[in-house]
Design a protein around this ligand. Sequence first.
Ligand SMILES: [Ca+2]
Ligand SMILES: [Ca+2]
Ligand SMILES: [Ca+2]
Length: 179
Amino acid sequence: MPIPVLLVLLLSSSTVFAAPPPAGATRAADDWKVLSLMMDKDRNGKLTRQEALSFNPQPAQLVARDFAAIDANNDSVVTKKEYTDFIDKGRSNWVAEFNKADTDKSGGLSRDELKATKPGEFAQIKRAFAKFDSDSNGQVSIAERDNYFKLAAGQRAARMATARDSRSRLKAPPPAAPD
Ligand SMILES: [Ca+2]
Ligand SMILES: [Ca+2]
Ligand SMILES: [Ca+2]
């Protein structure tokens, strides 16, 4: 089929059959509902910068990405129990892998112990070993790993805030020239 015909068909079918996109105001109102449900910790109907910064979007991304795996009974909805079970299972699988890799049972993974694991396993620790090993004892413990991710999430939020600030500074009108 020549491209112009296809294009006309696509254009006309989308105009005729597709529902009109939600008006900006409706979308914004829907977004706000979700934002306030997720971030408004003190439930006062307003968001502070601190609330926005401390919000972790990862769980939402995880549910979107691994929905089928989390929905254990396959009824197309995810319940609190399914979610917490999924997280608990993931965590205990990871801890089991960690303990298996910790061959000298020191409570931490050394570079040598990591080298003996499969390439995809503990990939982030392998890539940034020194950053994870915060007490520099040559091993990464579970607590060090947890702490690293907690810090990384905080830094990410702070970086985003800084980027936003510099963007809005750029957009600000230049100071009026003195007359
Ligand atoms: Ca379910
Ligand atoms: Ca060890
Ligand atoms: Ca260490």
